[in-house]
Design a binder for this molecule. Structure first.
Ligand code: 13P
Length: 255
């Protein structure tokens, strides 16, 4: 299976920054067989990123949106639909990132509706799941992740398409604290098992790890058998560190 190296830019971007990122990434680039890089910029920068990537790194980097509204269109000020993401060049979309859940009150039901809308429109969803520190300390990590998975997969009558699941323990996001490869692998194995039990086809769903992934810890995470990719925040903002992580993934896939 390919290794995914995905950058979630969150609310960090500018027109000049997009140009600089693509120029710099292009200056580092050499073949990265077996690696699928994806960038999730703020919605307003998708089109510029698509144009610049097509000119300077054609076919090398896929794009994704950070969130969609489940309705195809309507009077929903501030929102964007799955079709709009596709129109702007995205082929992926995040759903249920912990920042959306905690800061914007997104419930499991809302996340399930977004995942469904993405699949119906032809966007590949990345369902984000993960427990807080308090939940881990209370021994509830698996229970929380199971609930987040079940609430989405129970409602998917049209399958999961080519979607992915990202395990992002909340306590490791933006904190510099990473889950150890063992902790991440353990949860990924749990997710794999739970999905396979629902439907044998779901055993193939790529499982990404997110939470303080950096150039110096990426290789050991990618080496874990059930880690098929990384969802990177801070270290994806600079082309140099994003490229270093792509290189590590490429080294492992060609090994
Ligand atoms: P950091 O890599 O900055 O911890 O962010 C992780 C994340 O939330 C990716 O979606």
């Amino acid at each position: 299976m390919a290794l995914f190296v995905a950058g979630n830019w969150k609310m960090f971007a500018s027109r000049a920054g997009v140009t600089q990122f693509v120029d710099e990434l292009a200056s580092h680039w050499h073949t990265a067989d077996g690696v699928v890089p994806v960038v999730f910029p703020p919605t307003g920068y998708l089109a510029q990123l698509q144009t610049e990537l097509a000119a300077k790194l054609p076919g090398c980097v896929a794009l994704g949106g950070q969130r969609i509204h489940p309705e195809p269109q309507g009077a929903f000020t501030g929102e964007s639909s799955a079709a709009m993401m596709l129109d702007l060049g995205a082929s992926w979309v995040l759903a249920g990132h912990s920042e959306r859940r905690t800061l914007f009150g997104e419930t499991d039901e809302m996340v399930a509706a977004q995942v469904k809308a993405a699949i119906v429109a032809g966007l590949k969803p990345v369902l984000c799941v993960g427990e807080t520190l308090a939940q881990r300390q209370a021994g509830e990590a698996e229970q929380v992740v199971a609930r987040q998975l079940d609430s989405v997969f129970a409602k998917l009558d049209a399958g999961f398409g080519e979607g992915a699941v990202a395990y992002e323990p909340v306590w490791a996001i933006g904190t510099g604290e990473t889950a150890s490869p063992d902790q991440a692998q353990q949860m990924h194995a749990f997710v794999r098992e739970r999905l396979s039990a629902m439907d044998a086809k779901l055993a193939e769903v790529p499982l990404w790890y997110g939470g303080s992934v950096k150039p110096d810890n990426a290789a050991e995470l990618f080496a874990a058998p059930d880690i098929d990719g990384a969802l990177i925040g801070g270290a994806s903002l600079a082309a140099a560190s994003f490229w270093q992580i792509i290189e590590q993934a490429a080294g492992l896939t060609s090994a």
